[in-house]
Write a protein that binds this ligand. Sequence first.
Ligand SMILES: Nc1nc2c(ncn2[C@@H]2O[C@H](COP(=O)(O)OP(=O)(O)OP(=O)(O)O)[C@@H](O)[C@H]2O)c(=O)[nH]1
Ligand SMILES: [Mg+2]
Length: 202
Amino acid sequence: MIINEVKFMGSFPKASESPQMEIPEYAFIGRSNVGKSSLINALLGRRDMAHVSGKPGKTQMLNYYHIDEQWMVCDLPGYGYAKLSKKHRTSLERMVKGYLVRRLQMQCAFVLIDSNITPQAIDLEFVNWLGSKGIPFVLIFTKADKPKKDKLEKNVEAFQQKLLEDWESLPTHFVTSSLTGAGSEEILSFINEVNEGFYQRK
Ligand SMILES: Nc1nc2c(ncn2[C@@H]2O[C@H](COP(=O)(O)OP(=O)(O)OP(=O)(O)O)[C@@H](O)[C@H]2O)c(=O)[nH]1
Ligand SMILES: [Mg+2]
């Protein structure tokens, strides 16, 4: 898929106050610092459209990007950033979960998982919550330029094994690096297919 125009639509505190357009939308979610904003920039081919930071907790609102007047991306705040106060963390969690439950045009949540580490309870809990709510999602293992190949494969497999403790089938997954661009093309063609389905049904 070729991307010509990306428009930043703004930052909003709630799904109910966000721009309402009947176009397919994709959400990027995952632990703070997992690489959501970086991956959005890599996919959209824009170096600094979404704000990237070495410090976790950079994205604190729902940020919307409108692509070629056809589809939307929402960059969500990360979950599980330990340095925020409990109150602040709870309010971000409410924002994220409220968005995921209410945003009907959201076609698929991309749940980002750090490919460098073994399965984390907080990620498994989040994925299980999505499943329990029937929210469509796929997994994206990020920062694949960092681990050695066998470690990467081991971490991906371990995460899937954990999911199989609760679920009968595994969600689609992608392996990406925002540094090398690995996985971007696959994700864009996935989005393209879902977009085509959406517009055919209309
Ligand atoms: N090596 C490597 N580093 C990455 C990659 N993606 C992101 N990073 C780094 O990870 C850090 C966090 O990236 P962000 O894109 O800001 O992460 P985020 O998930 O949006 O973080 P929050 O908005 O705080 O939740 C930055 O220092 C990035 O440069 C990647 O694919 N490879
Ligand atoms: Mg971010």
